[in-house]
Design a protein around this ligand. Sequence first.
Ligand SMILES: NC(=O)c1ccc[n+]([C@@H]2O[C@H](COP(=O)([O-])OP(=O)(O)OC[C@H]3O[C@@H](n4cnc5c(N)ncnc54)[C@H](OP(=O)(O)O)[C@@H]3O)[C@@H](O)[C@H]2O)c1
Length: 255
Amino acid sequence: MTSTRFHDRTVLVTGAGSGIGRAVALAFAAEGAQVVVAGRRREPLDDTAALIEEAGGKALALTADVSRAADVQAVVAAAVDRFGSLDAAVNNAGVFRGGQPLADLSESDWTEQLDINVTGVFHALQAEVRQMRSQPSGGAIVNIASVFGVHARHPGATAYAATKAAVSVLTRGAARDHIGDGVRINAVSPGPVETEMSLLPGETEAERAERMENSVPLGRASTTAEIAAAVLYLASDDAASVVGADLVVDSGKTT
Ligand SMILES: NC(=O)c1ccc[n+]([C@@H]2O[C@H](COP(=O)([O-])OP(=O)(O)OC[C@H]3O[C@@H](n4cnc5c(N)ncnc54)[C@H](OP(=O)(O)O)[C@@H]3O)[C@@H](O)[C@H]2O)c1
């Protein structure tokens, strides 16, 4: 039987035009949610919305840059205007810039990662919590951090790691600040996932698979569906007493 854990609930997913965000959006829709998909580029968002609608679900695609507070506020307002509430949100939009040691990272790569990965999550949390705490049913938020944040060290990813550590810390703090408002906030920290972001420059998917076989205990990267399953658990009533958790899904990388 198909699960209906999110029947008639409205869920916002940022960065939903590709990778993990698209998988998360499709998984919510498959369990009955109406899904608002946001990101900067229109076309991939429309493709995600079309996939949801072809499967019989409801979607609303909205362009937004999470580094701009007004964009995120407009997305939350539009979601509520269209569907009546905002019941869950997944702050997934993020970028990786790096590969080189910290001393060789450009100032613009540093700033871009901070603006999107940290300030973007801050903007989203503010807009989402303000809406959710005004609703009798509250809401649930899941932030996408990374094992490169507080959980593990990796060369060539120091600035990105700093931004993802900030997401883990923001999650715990905001969870404590807002559980009394009926808003549950948690994080998922993925290890390597089968998306473009985990490909090294010039690397093919087959070469990544070989690298994973030799570098993570499970011998492979996580699928986007596996990350989505963790996100949906934390957003669902199954996790009603899970507050401020940072769930590592990393093929054993940090064991
Ligand atoms: N793949 C991995 O191995 C891995 C591991 C750990 C954590 N993560 C995290 O998982 C999340 C998703 O990554 P992914 O692997 O699915 O990569 P991805 O396919 O590149 O997805 C990132 C998404 O974020 C959107 N985005 C980027 N900047 C944005 C902005 N300023 N405003 C709104 N949307 C923005 C992008 O769309 P637009 O460019 O159209 O805006 C894109 O759809 C990221 O936070 C990433 O750090 C990934």
